[in-house]
Design a protein around this ligand. Structure first.
Ligand SMILES: [Zn+2]
Ligand SMILES: [Zn+2]
Length: 393
């Protein structure tokens, strides 16, 4: 059994009444882009909004000053359903990932539940968790480690996109650097006395490009040279290149790392350099699907009359720290249309769409579907049990 229709209608109506304020808040966040872990304004505005509408707000949870947790209690003790909000921007291109829409959809869901119902009429509670630093800082991994998700039974968020897809995979990422150590010498009078670390890093790129022919099409290996030498008359003694290794499963990420090390060792051997390969300890996990929760979310999009789009297959996959949450507990990360087809994320064009009327529609639909799905999971212990069963599979 899902939550009763009249309860859902009340909550959806509350989102509609809050929509002008939510859109204004979304635009304010968009106009004030803040980078990872520095989302102070967005944090202040979102917590103020949630508190004003009756949620119990805790600021700076998990040891992260720009994280928060806003709780809407239920009728008695019971499970916790978390709605996640992101609000960080990208360097140089602002809200080109549309996190202003994620933030206001999540806050809107929480505020609408509190305004429409006072208390959630089922056992348990809903929490809006503000998760800083998705773009680069893996804030959700820090919150997981700090225990913020310990008592959470299921989590969900929406992300803006050029189409509405309830399920799309995301790739895991291992961030890795390769450092080559050679020997400096005069590049013209004594080149044979040197060991060229730039050649090693070039050889690494060549080796990886050859490796790419035998990778699965969804895997990604991409990097930049961070240090290539000092000036042309010195044979470079030290070079460094940074890479992201991405794949659809945790195991294939580890396999990529193993093969990356092989390429780096080969480049070092070919050039006589010494190599150090260092992988960052924080790994982004791929999203683990949750069919029960995705189906509930899709049904609720149907309830509010928001269309789901076929995935046109034109785009590859990104990555998110929400993947780590999905490996720890039942989680969904549906995409909601906020732009026309084919507009890539992380582009200036997408940043424009993230404050368009289409973004408002996506934000309102996202807030409603998140709130209704949270209600369904609390109203129906069977559904929550099925979500847990999906997770264990
Ligand atoms: Zn992004
Ligand atoms: Zn994003």
């Amino acid at each position: 059994m899902s939550a009763p229709g009249d309860v859902k209608q009340k909550v959806a109506g509350a989102v509609d009444r809050l929509a002008d304020d939510l859109e204004a808040l979304s635009h304010r966040i968009h106009d004030n882009p803040e980078l990872c872990f520095k989302e102070e304004k967005a944090h202040a505005w979102l917590t103020e909004f949630l508190a004003k509408h009756g949620a119990h707000v805790e600021r700076g949870v998990g040891g992260l000053p720009t994280a928060f947790r806003a709780t809407i209690d239920g009728s008695s003790a019971g499970p916790t359903i978390a709605i996640l909000a992101e609000y960080d921007a990208l360097p140089a291109i602002g809200h080109a990932c549309g996190h202003n829409v994620i933030a206001t959809a999540g806050a809107g869901a929480g505020a609408a539940l509190a305004v429409a119902l006072g208390k959630v009429p089922f056992a348990g509670r809903v929490q809006v968790i503000g998760t800083p630093a998705e773009e680069g800082g893996a804030g959700k991994v820090r919150l997981l480690e700090a225990g913020v998700f310990r008592d959470v039974d299921a989590a969900m968020m929406i992300h803006g996109r050029c189409g509405t897809q309830v399920w799309r995979p995301t790739l895991g990422i291992i961030k890795v650097k390769a450092e080559f150590h050679g020997k400096a010498t005069h590049a013209s009078s004594w080149p044979w006395r040197g060991v060229n670390a730039l050649n090693a890093v070039i050889q690494l790129f060549v080796g990886l490009d050859q490796m790419r022919q035998q990778l699965r099409p969804d895997a990604r290996v991409h990097g930049i040279i961070v240090k290539g030498g000092d000036q042309p008359n010195i044979i470079p003694e030290y070079t460094r290149a940074d890479f992201y290794l991405r794949a659809l499963t945790k195991d294939s990420c580890q396999e990529l790392l193993r093969r990356f090390k092989g390429c780096a060792d080969g480049a070092a051997a070919a050039t006589g350099c010494r190599v150090e390969v260092t992988a960052e300890p924080t790994i982004h996990d791929p999203m683990k699907p949750n069919r029960t929760m995705a189906e509930l979310f899709e049904q609720n999009l149907g309830v509010i009359g928001f269309p789901v789009d076929r995935d046109d297959g034109e785009a590859g996959y990104g990555s998110t720290d929400c993947g780590n949450v999905s490996q720890a507990l039942p989680t969904i990360h549906p995409y909601i249309r906020i732009s026309p087809d084919g507009v890539p994320g992380h582009s200036r064009e997408f940043a424009e769409w993230a404050r368009s009327p289409m973004a408002r529609d996506g934000m309102v639909a996202g807030a409603k579907a998140l709130a209704l799905t949270a209600l369904d999971l609390l109203a129906s212990p069977d559904k929550l049990a099925a979500a847990r069963e999906d997770f264990r599979r």
